[in-house]
Design a protein around this ligand. Sequence first.
Ligand code: PAJ
Length: 283
Amino acid sequence: MASRPTIVTTVPALRRAVEPFWHAGERLALVPTMGALHRGHLALVREAKRRAKRVVVSIFVNPTQFAPNEDFSSYPRPIKNDIATLTDAKVDLVWAPSPEVMYPDSFATKIEPAGAAKAGLEDKFRPHFFGGVATVVAKLFTQTAPDFALFGQKDYQQLRVVTQMAKDLDLPLKVIGIPTVREKDGLALSSRNVYLSAAERNVAPLLYRVLKAAATRIKKGDAIGPVLDVARIEIDLAGFSLDYLEARHALTLAPIASRKDGPIRLLVAAKMGKTRLIDNIGV
Ligand code: PAJ
């Protein structure tokens, strides 16, 4: 049986745990998560282990990236299962601070992302989100001082915003994006999929099927606008309430009107009942 990773819950304990890695010159990779771990998170851990001798996984359901009406209090927190999963995955360290450790009463500083990567898409529907994510991720980066930090392409805009932040702040680490892990029927794995009823779960894979079909048509030369119009109707008819379906430049996330303007990423967010799903695909 693999031995349990060291679990630390305070900043000084985290320092004591990572300092030997730094001093030994061992590469360290960080996988930030909010727990409720699934195969998507584990793909990040696997790549982290491939790149670095030491791996730290953070588990922190970050209150500042949830709006008051969102699912912060009901977000799944199966900590025992998560520790067992990370034991099997042979990670070195689990960083699991409480909200009070991360945000003591005196806490007053915030990172405010801006620019094309942050504009629109998720930011239009969750305006608090990227400020919360950037601030907590910046803290996780300085707390653990990793050589690599791994993020999923599942949250594509988050990956681009964090990459931009690391560049802008000259943070001495490499942000790496990992392809989305999916169920057999195409649904992107997400900790929030547990909210779907059986009937909703049956319909949910349509989102990725529509994305794939749209990407194929754009690749073949069809105009982006009409392709996305048809896709939006298909998503509506399936019973989703669509927040957005857009084509963006795959790296800058600037709006894009034609294939010749650069590599394209299609990004979608839609609600199925009370569950909000997001997904994306490269063209
Ligand atoms: P969480 O939703 O737990 O996701 C943690 C990481 O796992 C993110 O980088 C996310 O993109 C990645 N991930 C989730 N589902 C995936 C899938 N199906 N395939 C591949 N990767 C997947 O994203 C967050 O937490 C938070 O915003 C966080 C970055 C931890 C900051 O609080």
